[in-house]
Design a protein around this ligand. Structure first.
Ligand code: AHM
Ligand code: MG
Length: 332
């Protein structure tokens, strides 16, 4: 970081250094990541100044998911679309806020990637100025038709998230570990914070909406109760209402976040393509796991772009125990 002995490993320098290790790399993925980092700065400035700019609150519209759209949801979505108008190798964008994939650069050749985003994760936190995030996934481009996008998470080329909290963080993986960068607002650059983050194999954080406990599927309830009863290993409950922030803590301290199926949401709440799969890639690259309880998230082949799944993510120990609770249910 800038403050540490004058060394300043900015995101673009870091990416250039990584690219040198792969002489066959074209630099195209670097262009996509750099554009995502610009979006991060734009949305961060909106989020910081939302009250001052009068952009808090609802638009009065509902999105394809039937959820009320915040003004900042819409502005964040527009920021992602605008960014990729400048990157001709991105052929389409899929977003939580848009019904269908949006084709970009129609007519131009050389499209290489499709970018899938949750533009503003945890948007219900906005009203009270609490932490939010963005999530992104980068996949190879076939076409903007849904069937060319619906592939398993293991085929992601890159993934990551941005956290708008006390610091603005940019965390990504392109399959060579997980690296995080913090925005140095004085120089306007993301600067390396942690290289090759390793999630502890067992942690102390349990993160879920316990207000739904009585509605959860039985295995999730059994799992949570047994974890909390473990008198040799005390867990702390942390739940912010923004998945990005909850996962970020778990990335560093270990533990589990889960949003299981419940009697109101039998398919789960979180969306596979632009929430669960990218974060699953981050977790696995950091030595953790992500599961529905019944299968590895990275192996699910989606049947629609807004598909929801039951989701658990975190350290090896806790996710394995979570899966054991589901396995026990299916044998009883
Ligand atoms: P969003 O993308 O519409 O904000 O929804 C996803 C969010 C997650 O960030 C968070 O963990 C969860 O939904 C919170 O849901 P709930 O309020 O039901 O606990
Ligand atoms: Mg979200």
């Amino acid at each position: 970081m800038t403050g540490k002995l004058g060394k300043c490993m900015t995101l673009d320098r870091f990416l250039a250094q990584c690219q040198k290790k792969h002489p066959q790399a074209s630099g195209e993925l670097t262009r996509v990541l750099m554009q995502l980092s610009t979006v991060a700065k734009i949305i961060a400035s909106y989020a910081r100044r939302a009250a001052l700019l009068g952009i808090k609150g609802l638009t009065g519209k509902t999105n394809v998911q039937g959820e009320a759209v915040e003004k900042l949801d819409r502005l964040s979505n527009d920021a992602f679309i605008e960014a990729f108008e400048y990157v001709d190798i991105v052929g389409a964008i899929v977003s939580e806020e848009m019904k269908a994939p949006m084709l970009l650069h129609s007519g131009n050749g050389q499209k290489k990637y499709v970018v899938l985003v949750d533009p503003l994760d945890g948007s219900s936190n906005l009203e009270v100025d609490c932490v939010t995030g963005s999530i992104f996934s980068i996949r190879n481009f076939g076409s903007a038709r849904q069937e060319d996008i619906l592939h398993e998470g293991a085929q992601q080329v890159g993934a990551g998230y941005i956290m708008y909290g006390t610091s603005i963080l940019f965390v990504y993986s392109v399959g060579d570990g997980v690296h995080s960068f913090v925005l140095d607002e004085e120089i306007g650059e993301f600067v390396l914070d942690h290289e090759n983050i390793h999630m502890p194999d067992r942690g102390k954080i349990i993160s879920s909406n316990f207000g739904n406990r009585l509605r959860w599927a039985e295995p999730a309830r059994v799992f949570a109760d047994s974890l909390i009863r473990d008198s040799d290993h005390a867990y702390s409950l942390r739940y912010s209402g923004a998945l990005v922030a909850d996962l970020h803590q778990i990335l560093h301290h270990g533990g589990i976040y889960f949003y299981p199926e419940d009697d109101r949401r039998p398919a789960g709440k979180l969306r596979l393509l632009y929430e669960c799969a990218p974060l699953a890639m981050i977790a696995e690259q950091a030595g953790g796991l992500a599961s529905t309880g019944r299968m590895r998230v990275m192996e699910i082949c989606p049947d629609s772009i807004h598909q929801r799944i039951p989701f658990a993510i975190g350290s090896k120990y806790e996710i394995t125990e979570y899966e054991k609770a589901y396995a026990r249910e299916s044998t009883t």
